[in-house]
Design a protein around this ligand. Structure first.
Ligand code: HEC
Ligand code: HEC
Length: 164
């Protein structure tokens, strides 16, 4: 990390709330260390490809089995707190994906297509590739996003660019 990146990171911890950031990072790590060996390299992709919602619960798309039951039964060998963290993360991914389909796809195409065609990450920040606009500042209010949804959406769009 460059000095500026470290500074921005410190500022984000001070002002945006450390727990949320740490939780997200932790969930990524839990996935990458315990699941990526056998499944997709990143949780975002894994959830899009393999997990859906049925009767208000996360289920495997193939088996229709509850993801929570599967993990509690020992699949992936997670502790109870890691399971909680990962399930919360899977939900956030599902919800933001749905939000994009409901509110954004109409004007912007699929998230992966839109992000790769129009957006770019510079110094860890999401920008319009051609507009040179700071998308993280632009998004709150755009497409009727509140600030929490905008934050989630930034995450979704960045993931499309980071994931190979
Ligand atoms: C040693 C390899 C291995 C590891 C590690 C592993 N899995 Fe699996 N997983 C499998 C196999 C094999 C299947 C069954 C075949 C399939 O559906 O892909 C499966 C199935 C699943 C399913 C059901 C998919 C469906 O379509 O029904 C979920 C959900 C799942 N795994 C989540 C996880 C999570 C989360 C982790 C990490 C905590 C994890 N797995 C770790 C091998 C693994
Ligand atoms: C009614 C159509 C419409 C909807 C719905 C919409 N957008 Fe947009 N969006 C636009 C237009 C038009 C622009 C370009 C605005 C400009 O250049 O001033 C834009 C710009 C953007 C940009 C900046 C792109 C750049 O190059 O700077 C992002 C990021 C973005 N939208 C994301 C979203 C997301 C996420 C949603 C869903 C919550 C959404 N948009 C919903 C029409 C829409």
């Amino acid at each position: 990390m460059g000095r500026l990146a470290i500074f921005q990171w410190a500022v984000s911890i001070l002002f945006l709330g450390f727990p949320a950031v740490a939780q997200d990072v932790d969930a990524h790590l839990v996935y990458e260390q315990n699941c990526a060996g056998c499944h997709a390299p990143h949780a975002g992709e894994f959830v899009v490809e393999n997990v859906s919602i049925s009767d208000g619960e996360l289920v495997g798309k193939g088996s229709q089995q509850s993801v929570s039951d599967l993990l509690v039964s020992g699949h992936g060998k997670l502790s109870e707190s890691e399971i909680k963290l990962l399930l919360r993360h899977f939900w956030a991914i599902q919800e933001s994906g749905n939000l994009f389909r409901e509110r954004c796809i109409y004007c912007h195409d699929r998230a992966v297509v839109f992000a790769r065609r129009e957006l770019i990450i510079r110094d860890g920040i999401l920008f319009g590739r051609y507009s040179d606009r700071n998308a993280e500042e632009f998004l709150p209010g755009h497409g009727r996003l509140d600030s929490a949804q905008a934050e989630m959406m930034v995450d979704v769009l960045k993931r499309q660019l980071i994931t190979p």
